[in-house]
Each structure stands twice: as structure tokens, then as C-alpha cells.
Design a protein around this ligand. Sequence first.
Ligand code: MTE
Length: 313
Amino acid sequence: MVRLRYPIPPASEITPKGVRVRRRHFLQQAGGLLLAAAAPGLSAAPAWQAGTADAVQSPFSTDEPLTDQAMAAGYNNFFEFGTGKEDPKRHAHRLRTSPWSVEISGEVDRPGHYTLEDILAPHGLEERIYRLRCVEGWSMVIPWLGFPLGDLLRRFEPTSRAGYVVFETLHDPEQMPGQRSRILDWPYREGLRIDEAMHPLTLLAVGMYGEVLPNQNGAPLRLVVPWKYGFKSIKSIVSIHLQEEQPIGSWEAQQPAEYGFYANVNPQVSHPRWRQATERRIGEGGRRRTEIFNGYGELVADLYAGMDLRRHF
Ligand code: MTE
């Protein structure tokens, strides 16, 4: 039986006391010192720099028991480090996460190359306990630390033509030996519709379990979209590009019959090679029924009103 590590306050009582992150240590690891952090023209709010705000507990958190931390960091999909579930933990130490920068490009008024420190500086940290449901039929419950992607995108002022957001992972076969084989057309690429990207559930994570993200979980910056299959939650992001047209993600490009653009968790729409009606929660015996939108339907179903979810899988 896994015990919750943190008490979860009711949504009405969100205070900066929810989670204590060892902030100084965290920041040094996550992005170096933030002294000269603010990029010209970007407003730098003091939360991270002043070291005053602890991570707040998000009202979007589930109260389900957490997956064991070692399992969450030891059973991964990160094909840049191999195809076995234990390969990422074994090999991801080769990834250098500092210095790190992210290119913001396309349909934004403030494109540019930003250091990780620029990216993080204005954002407070939230802990959100989200389910991650993999298309292969397993799931976990992870306390992520991060901030809403929408808050970041707004800083760069998307234009009215920004219909979709495309993310890319680092491409460097020296650090990521899995990229030497052609299992995917590297770099790993994923996309969201702009309203999905701006949805308050969509998180950019920099940590989990009160600590900096382990490399195998996508350090230093990854996406977490809890109502979609895990392959949408792209790791180790170096590029965020806004564009008018719907992009094609790496898995969709590889197997369009198996992986669609939307990839919303849906127990009624089977993957061609396996059913999606149930899942195995890592650490539990047996299987449990999978919920539509991974249980987040009340918050996100409106995004897909009128759409045929069998066609737009
Ligand atoms: N991001 C990159 N760059 N490369 C990958 O292979 N795998 C995806 C996603 N993000 C992947 C990725 C898949 S299939 C899943 S299920 C989740 O990461 C797994 O996240 P976790 O290892 O942190 O549980």
C-alpha cells in the first residue's frame, strides 16, 4: 500500500504551505542561479528568485495514492535512451540538462532563444498529483511540480494565427544513444491544439516528488497532459513552435493507424493491437477500468464538443 507523502488541502485552502520544496537546492539543479534570469522585455516576477513561495498544492490534484517514487523513476518510456522500460534510468545520466535553452518560434510576438532560467523565472511552482496513462495499458499517479503551459505561452504573446503548438525534444545522438537507431524520425515531436495547450490542466513540469525531475522522466522541462495518453507528454523540450496547421507527432508519423493527433484517453476506442478499456496501475494487483479522458472529463470534455472521438482518436 502506497501512502500519500503530502496532505492534500481542500481546494478552498490553497496556501503556499502545501508542499515544501528545498527551493534553493531545487533551483540550482533545475536551472542554475537565477540572478540574471529575466530576459530583456520579459517581466520577472519574484516568486522563484526571492525564494519565498513554496510549491502550492493544486486543486486539480487527485487524492489517489501515489505511485512508488522508485517505480515512477525506474519504469519509463524515453526512446532516446532505449526501448526497454529500464533503459532510460540506466542511460539518461548522459543527458546534460544545464545549460539548457528553449527556442520559442512561429506565431508569437516575442520569439527567441531563452535560457531555462528565463523560462522558469516568472513562474511559481505548483504540485499537481496527476494520473499518467500510457497507451500500453499501465498507469501511474505522480506528484508533478510545475506551472501551467498557458502561463508560459501568454508571455510570448501568441498571434491570432496560432492554432497549434508543436514541441520538440533535444536531438543529440551523442547524449541520447537511442537516436542512433531509426525507431522514430528524431527529434521526438508532439503537438497540441492551442486551446488544449492553454487549458489550465496542461502542465510544464520541472520536478516530481518534491525534487528536480530525474533525467529519465524528462529533465529539465517536460509536458504533462493528464487526459491524454502518455506519449503526448513530451520530455526534455528544446523547442516550442506555434503554427496555424495541425502538426504530426512522432508516433502519428510512424503509425498513423495506431496513434492519432488527439490521443485522448478513451476506454471505448481500442488501439488496433490492444484494448484500452482497462489499465494496470503500477504497484497494484489486477486491473482497473479506464475512465474517459483519464477521469478529467468534467474539466476537458468541452474541448471536444461535437467531435467524433472515434475519428479524431
Ligand atoms: N518524450 C520523449 N522525448 N521520448 C519518448 O520516448 N515517451 C512518451 C512520453 N514522452 C517519450 C516522451 C511516452 S510513450 C510516455 S508513456 C511517457 O513519456 C512516459 O513518461 P514517464 O517515463 O515519465 O512515466
